[in-house]
Design a protein around this ligand. Structure first.
Ligand code: HEC
Length: 321
């Protein structure tokens, strides 16, 4: 018997090893998810089935063993021993030994101890009990004290946590950072329609930097013009005003040697350099190139209107995108 059992156990063990291997191979390559192919799934199900079968057979085997043993030498029958029937009081006493969690939590005392709780006075025969403070209340009460001490130590003595004022300041700093990030992001969505005239120092400075690195070769260091036209007069080939200039810089005039800067400069940078060019107006640099194009009537520097519909469109349309 023992031998049969052992062999079954061993085969089960080897089977289980095989099963885990199978599973590992099947699951590993395609995590997440079960990711089993149908064949693998079938194998796994068959293995599980084999395990269940094995378990059932071992149980049956044990049962048969018991039956076989009983058949060989049966255990004599003995009548169950009779327990005395308890009355309610003694049953209660037997049970009352251990107070339940609920009773502990509420600090309830058994009714037999009521006598000990009585306070030594009575009004019209009504007596008062000196019930203990419930455990839950004590836990809360002492809990608040411990919390207060920890709080005091953490915030006021140790100075580990930030006080309200500091937290406020921190949040303001964070909000400021968020705001800057937001503006940065939104300024990068500027296009020729939404670009605004802006002559703040920071913008002009940035524009000047961009102009000096990218544009000077063709437009001269003061925008006076060389290969490219003079950018300081009021005559424009593709329209003046920040919107037209933005558009010219963005899409360029590739046929005439003006590159499209869309890919090199961010919208924010194009806006800055366009505004810088706006600021060059009437600067009358030395050696200025003769005016080219039409005089651009600017009613207002903030004038955002495009020169005309068919203006640079005829040229830029082909180069757009
Ligand atoms: C390779 C030379 C070259 C470079 C570099 C160059 N441009 Fe130009 N740019 C030109 C030429 C050429 C034209 C004239 C296009 C035409 O005749 O239609 C022009 C035209 C322009 C115009 C339109 C002028 C008008 O009269 O309408 C603007 C604005 C302009 N450039 C801005 C810039 C800016 C800003 C940069 C730098 C980011 C720049 N350009 C870099 C060659 C250049």
């Amino acid at each position: 018997m023992k031998k049969i059992n052992l062999t079954i156990l061993f085969s089960a063990l080897s089977l289980s090893v095989f099963a885990t291997d199978e599973k590992a191979v099947a699951v590993m390559p395609s995590s997440p998810g079960l990711g089993l192919s149908q064949t693998n799934l079938l194998i796994v199900i068959l293995l599980i089935f084999a395990f269940v079968l094995l378990f059932v057979s071992i149980t049956l085997l044990n049962a048969f063993k018991v039956m076989y043993r009983e058949q060989l030498n049966p255990t004599p029958y003995s009548a169950p021993e009779k327990l005395p029937v308890l009355d309610y009081g003694s049953w209660l006493k037997q049970k009352k030994n251990k107070p339940s969690v609920w009773e502990k939590l509420l600090s309830l005392k058994p009714i037999e101890q009521e006598k000990d709780l009585e306070i030594d006075h009575a009004y019209d025969g009504i007596k008062e009990l000196n019930n203990p403070v419930p455990a839950w209340f004590n836990v809360l009460f002492f809990g608040t004290m411990i919390f207060a001490i920890c709080y005091l130590f953490y915030y006021h003595i140790g100075g580990y946590g930030d006080l309200q004022d500091q937290e406020y300041a921190n949040e303001m700093v964070k909000a400021q950072q968020d705001k800057v990030a937001f503006l940065e992001k939104s300024s990068n969505t500027i296009d020729e329609n939404s670009v605004k005239f802006d002559n703040t120092q920071a913008v002009l400075e940035e524009g000047k930097g961009i102009f000096n690195t990218n544009c000077v070769v063709c437009h001269g260091d003061k925008g006076q013009g060389s290969i490219g036209p003079n950018l300081t007069d009021e005559f424009w080939l593709h329209g003046g005003g920040v919107n037209n200039v933005f558009k010219t810089i963005k899409y360029g005039v590739p046929d005439k040697g003006m590159i499209s800067w869309e890919k090199t400069l961010s919208p924010k940078q194009i806006s800055a350099v366009a505004n810088f060019i706006m600021s060059l107006k009437d600067s009358k640099p030395e050696g200025a190139k003769a005016p080219q194009g039409d005089k651009y009537e600017e009613k207002d520097p903030q004038d955002n209107a495009m020169k005309s519909v068919d203006d640079s469109l005829s040229i830029t349309d082909a180069t757009k995108k």
